[in-house]
Each structure stands twice: as C-alpha cells, then as structure tokens.
Ligand binder design. Structure first.
Ligand code: NAP
Length: 361
C-alpha cells in the first residue's frame, strides 16, 4: 500500500504527548500536511524547540479545554484545505488526580464526542476516516481473576467497569479504564446514530513503552507508563521487585503504536474496526532483567529480584487473540507484513532515551 501522504491534510490532537509525538514524526516523514492541537502556545513552541526541523511542517492550533462548548468547531471551519483524516489521541493519562469524574472521565469522553460532532458538522465530504487512539483497557476486564489465565480477549470484548466502581474505590487506574471505555463506546455510538460520511478505526494498545521524543523538562516529563514500567526501577521508587505489580501484563512499543495509526488512515481493512495492539508480556522482573543485562552502569541501583521468575507470584494474566487485528495491521503496512518491536528493544531504547535527557541522576 502507498505510504505517501502528499496532498492529504491530517488533524492530530494532543501533539505534545508521548505517543502523538511519534505519530507526528511519521506524518511529517510521509509528507502529510498536519494541523495539530496542543493546550497552549507554550506547548507548541516546546515541540518546535525539541524538533526544529518540524517548524514549517506543522500548523498548531490551541484547544485548552475539551469540556468547553464546541472546542473543535473553528478548527474545522478554518482549516483552509479541508481535512482528509483525523487522529484523536488527546486524553488524560496521569494517575495522580483528585477528581476521577472531572479530571479523567469527562475530558476523555467529551474530547471524543465533541471532535466527532465537529468533524460531522464542519468536516465536509473530504473527510474519510477518524482514527481514535483507544486502549486495551476498554477491551480487558478490570476485575479479571489475575490468579488464573482466562479465555483470551478479542476485539469483541468490552470492559464492564463503571464510573461508580472507580469513584467508590477512589481508584485512579480504574478511573482511567472507565475514561477510555466510555470514550470509545461513545465514539461507536456516535457512528451508529449520527451516520457520518467518514468511517472510524479504533486502535487499542496495551501498556506503551519505548523511546520518548516529546518535550522533556525534568523527571516529571517522563510519561506515566514509561515511568511506572521502567523509570521507577531506576530512580529509587522501587528498591525491590518482590511485591511490585503492574496493572496489566502486556505491552507494545510506542513506534508500533504510531505506525499503526498512520498506516490505518488509508487501510481499507481497518474500516470500522477495533485493532488490538499487543507485542508480548511485560512484568517488573522482565524489565529489570533487561535493564541490568544491558546497562551495567545502572546495575547498582536497579533491584535484582528473582531473574528466573518472570511474573509476580500468583499472577497469570489472560492473553490476547490478536489474529484479526494482525491481519488488518499487515494489510496496512508497506510490505504486507506486521512485526512487533520486542520487549528488549523497547526497554533498551526507552532507557537510552531517559539517560540521554540527563533527567535521572
Ligand atoms: N501510554 C500508554 O500506555 C497508553 C496505552 C493505551 C492507550 N493510551 C492512550 O494514548 C493516548 C496518549 O497517551 P500518552 O501515553 O501519549 O500520554 P501523554 O503523554 O500524557 O499524552 C496525553 C495527551 O493528551 C493531552 N491531554 C490530557 N488531558 C487532557 C485534557 N483534559 N484536555 C486536553 N488534552 C488533554 C495531553 O496534553 P498536556 O500534555 O497538555 O496535558 C497530551 O497531549 C491517550 O489517549 C491514552 O489513553 C496510552
């Protein structure tokens, strides 16, 4: 399939994010014309300071608040050349919040429904596809019995978690799961009821790790998942592996996530599909094994754990049946194949990117 984006206009939301920075990089590389949203002028400037060569390749527009009235309408009205595609990535992904409903669920859901409405009303006939960055957390069951492996998840599964459960337990990981599940469900519901002329593809990745190319200003700029899955074993957060658990035990590299989004724009096989993105297993022990083997200078500060025991005691995560998604991904790639970056490369490249910024002393 042709990968060229020359002459095609894409609207990308949340361009300063961990994943969106990689998407933006590929869009520019493939020649797309890009309009990108960020929450402030300062964040747009930050992106260009980090990637000076992108200066004339992307136009920034500001969307500060998804819960305001029609925040995307003017972007579609004033797009100049109409958009051919939308990639919506912006959504809250920080677990340190005090109000799950207001800081997680509402912005995720309203961001998605408001941009879909704007796309339908003002997008015009050139708009062919809306690609939503969803999550595996809207597929898996937050309450699965982690002590025994269940039936593998497929594209047909939906997380039964509710806002009431997340709020009653004041559990922000559950709150995040609700935010992604409700946002994705709202997108499919919109497609069914509003019947817009464009179609929808949702990409559902599990934990995303890998190198960071977004603007970095200190340890807090490390994105949430690279922090809990990798940096927290280097920065002293965890001094031992025993007792450390992850909320989920499968991962995918950020470069595969970005590639899947850009490939999905023109892939006929992706029409109105969910696409599961799962590379393989990840666990605290697997991560520290890779860091200790590949970064001798970090060995003293990274706990050893029990190198032969991949998963925490009592953890048998349910797997994924990704055959349908794999076919869609292969169909969209330049050579008809889809191969994932493995855990070792993802962790090594992530650690190198963390070290190169000099933010962990
Ligand atoms: N990382 C993962 O493991 C993972 C896995 C599956 C799915 N995802 C999804 O991937 C997307 C990007 O995640 P990421 O890891 O790249 O996280 P990230 O670096 O935190 O990026 C999130 C982006 O969303 C924007 N955003 C957050 N809350 C917002 C709000 N209330 N209003 C407007 N914009 C808001 C952020 O803007 P500011 O920087 O200005 O706050 C940022 O641009 C999210 O939809 C996430 O759910 C991530």
């Amino acid at each position: 399939m042709s990968q060229s984006g020359v002459g095609q206009h894409v609207l990308l939301t949340g361009a300063n994010g961990f994943v969106a920075s990689h998407i933006l990089s590929i869009l520019i590389e493939r020649g797309y014309t890009v309009t990108a949203t960020v929450r402030s002028e300062a964040k747009a400037k930050d992106i260009i300071r980090t990637h000076p060569s992108w200066e004339n390749a992307v136009k920034f527009v500001i969307v500060a608040d998804f819960t305001s009235d029609g925040p995307f309408d003017d972007i579609f009205r004033n797009s100049g050349k109409p958009f051919d595609y939308v990639i919506h990535t912006a959504s809250p992904l920080k677990f340190q919040v005090s109000d799950i409903q207001k800081e997680m669920i509402e912005p995720a859901e309203m961001g998605t429904t408001q941009i879909l409405k704007a796309a339908q009303h003002f997008g015009g006939p050139s708009l062919k596809r809306f690609v939503l960055l969803g999550s595996a957390v809207s597929v898996l069951n937050s309450f699965e019995d982690i002590s025994r492996e269940g039936k593998p998840y497929t594209e047909k599964d939906w997380n039964p978690v509710t806002a009431e459960q997340a709020i009653a337990r004041n559990d922000t990981v559950l709150g995040y799961n609700v935010s992604k599940t409700r946002a994705e469900a709202a997108a499919w519901d919109f497609m069914k009821k509003a019947k817009p002329t464009f179609d929808l593809t949702v990409i559902n990745p599990d934990i995303i790790t890998g190198p960071m190319i977004h603007p970095i200003h200190g340890p807090k700029s490390i994105n949430e998942t690279n922090h809990f899955a990798i940096a927290s074993f280097i920065d002293g957060t965890h001094t031992q592996i025993e007792g450390v658990t992850f909320p989920f035990y499968h991962f995918v590299d950020v470069r595969d996530v970005a590639r899947s989004h850009v490939d999905a724009l023109k892939n006929p096989a992706a029409t109105n599909h969910r696409v599961l993105l799962i590379s393989g297993l990840i666990s605290p022990q697997l991560v520290v094994n890779i860091i200790r083997e590949n970064f001798p200078s970090l060995k003293d500060r990274v706990p050893e754990g029990n190198p032969g025991q991949a998963l925490p005691s009592g953890v048998c995560p349910t797997g994924w049946d990704t055959r349908i998604s794999q076919e869609i991904l292969a169909n969209g790639s330049h050579d008809g194949k889809w191969e994932y970056i493995d855990l070792k490369r993802s962790i090594v490249d992530a650690v190198n990117s963390i070290l190169s910024t000099g933010i962990l002393h």
